[in-house]
Design a protein around this ligand. Structure first.
Ligand code: ZN
Length: 180
């Protein structure tokens, strides 16, 4: 950040009085611009023994597969975000079952939350951010073409839990990916 969004003056990175971490502080109006993690919320929606997946039409990870998910908006709940993202990316109507995975991704300051959900009908279609939307059985999942580690982790837990006949809430912390 270079300029204050409140007054347009320059900002400096420094530790404000009484704080412990450096923040962008406006040198003119004194506004402290806190930057905090972003929430990414989505859904693992099920139809019979199949899962709803989207192939991404946007960067990052264009062309790879993911569960419908995206950044939470202001003034909505996590459940509303999961339902909205599924409608935007897959034009699909779902009913949430329960919160299933919470994945901390601290090196990019994100928290990912995926709900289990029930697809209400099979009248889905790619939204503007998707190339393709499909219902896949476990043996059809393109494991080498999953866009994000939090999504692959959620899918793996889902199929393992389904085999055991019992789903439980999972929390995971992802380290930075190995250097390429
Ligand atoms: Zn300012």
């Amino acid at each position: 950040m270079k300029f204050c969004s409140a007054c347009g003056a320059g900002v400096a990175l420094r530790i404000p009085d009484g704080d412990a971490l450096p923040r962008f502080v406006c040198e003119a109006c004194g506004t402290i611009h806190y930057q905090n993690p972003k929430m990414v919320v989505g859904a693992l929606a099920v139809w019979e023994d199949r899962i709803l997946l989207c192939r991404r039409a946007i960067e990052p990870r264009h062309g790879l597969w993911t569960l419908p998910a995206g950044f939470m908006e202001n003034d909505e709940t996590t459940g509303q975000a999961a339902i909205r993202e599924t409608m935007e990316e897959a034009c699909a109507r779902i009913e949430l079952t329960e919160l299933y995975t919470l994945v901390n991704v601290p090196h990019i300051s994100q928290v990912h939350m995926l709900y289990r959900a029930r697809l209400l009908d099979v009248d889905f279609a790619p939204g503007p951010e998707s190339l393709e939307v499909a219902l896949m059985r476990e043996d059809e999942i393109p494991w080498d073409e999953i866009a994000f580690r939090s999504i692959a982790l959620t899918l793996r837990h889902f199929f393992a839990d389904r085999r055991e006949g019992h789903f439980r809430f999972r929390v995971a912390d992802l380290p930075p990916p190995p250097a390429a």
